[in-house]
Design a protein around this ligand. Sequence first.
Ligand code: FES
Ligand SMILES: [Fe+2]
Length: 343
Amino acid sequence: MTSNPPVKADINLAQLLEAKSLERCPFPIPTGWYFVDYSENLKPGELRNVQLFDQEWVLFRTEGGKPGMTDPYCPHLGAHMGHGGKVCGEALRCPFHHWEYNTEGWCTSIPYGKVMPPITKKQAVLRALPMEERYGLIFAWYHPTCAEPTWQLPSIPALEDEGWTGSRRGSWTANTAIQEIAENGVDTAHLKFLHNAPGIPPVKAEFHDHIMDLDIGNGYIVGRAYGPGLNVLEFTQNGVSATMISYTQPITPELSQMNMCFRSKAYPEGSMEQAVAKKIIDHMIGAAEGEESAGFESVDFIVWNNKKYRPRPLLCDGDGPVLQFRKWFKQFYDADASTLAKV
Ligand code: FES
Ligand SMILES: [Fe+2]
């Protein structure tokens, strides 16, 4: 007969047992501006259903070109406007009784009503997300209780047509929360061990309001996050740089769609600079030719898709600013927009 060794009185059992109660993605959908789709995928008059922010939405573009994104269910008798609904001029028309709503969610027409319900004169009656469209990207502002945007989308020089180039894009599905993906940016130790980088690069991180600035490897990667849904990272090698613009979407709390485009200065055709910029971009995504280190495509997903979130991680002195990152990210879970503005 064997018996279990006695539990020593001085060990921290909570540490040993914590994994039993860990969750994969214990977060709601964070507040912020998020990419919805590329402009060319939404023509005037088009309407379709999209899954984002843990629910279904009707995405449409008015005849005049304005994008709109609303709850699918009509405030009248609840028809799903993404099934049989239509864009009519500047409005979304419900298939059931032809009530119409504008891109802000106001009811603009009830074809057979003599008196509009009083509430329709005071406020939007259909939830509609604030939308912005620039550089060929459509963005929506998500806040769990419909607060207005507390910051504006930035201008992104690398996405300008003039002086910049690059049409390469990518999209990848990760079975994890958007926060877990973003945490990679400050976890510089994994660059050596998971990505085979030659060493652990030094990292400087600064956090202010909705912005996180990162400098990894003394200027090798200089990045800025604008809330949880937009990142611009510039990689520089031998004086040549290339930029990754990343706009991940939270589909559900446990499912994220990573989207990126890759740009560089319009270096002369056939130049050394152009070749270096291309190599930097290859390197960001996967292993570039003749390189040992691996980009996120080949290695990060195996971790993201299987890990659990440790609220009290056991960290060492060589780790990057993981806890500072988490503290910064926490503001996006604050349901009260006025509090968010003060963080
Ligand atoms: S349910 Fe939409 S108009 Fe009646
Ligand atoms: Fe990574």
